[in-house]
Design a protein. Structure first.
Length: 133
């Protein structure tokens, strides 16, 4: 399904929030709201294990979210908010760098939470969110 987005967006950000790759708020009008489940990435698209590789898991999660949204006529850049769970706070800077590379200049609102663990012991990151397309 491909269609042109009927949504308009206003990203409310400060220089400090932009430096960390998130918006203080995202205001939308029109479009369809898509609620995304928590997504993880233990294997890449070719089935190779990403165990122990935080950055590769994060990129894979964004790739999967993008695929879901593309199947609905949007893309990962249509995310308006996301909640990110990581197991190690030392990965926060790496996550922010990947988020900045993923979203360009218009970032979703975002929360970054350190979790004790996930349903599978090898998961290092999980992202859930909302998109408007």
């Amino acid at each position: 399904m491909t269609q042109e987005s009927a949504a308009s967006r206003e990203h409310v950000a400060t220089e400090a929030s932009k430096a960390h790759g998130y918006s203080r708020a995202v205001v939308t009008q029109g479009g369809r709201t898509v609620y995304l489940c928590g997504e993880t990435g233990l294997e890449d698209a070719a089935g190779r294990s990403l165990k122990g590789d935080f950055e590769a898991q994060t990129r894979e999660v964004f790739r999967r979210i993008d695929g879901t949204l593309r199947s609905l006529g949007g893309s990962v850049r249509d995310m308006t908010t996301m909640t990110v769970f990581i197991t190690d706070p030392r990965n926060g800077d790496a996550f922010r760098s990947i988020r900045i590379a993923t979203f360009g200049d218009n970032y979703p609102a975002s929360a970054l939470i350190v979790a004790a663990g996930f349903g599978h012991p090898d998961v290092l990151v999980e992202i859930q969110g909302v998109a408007v397309i």
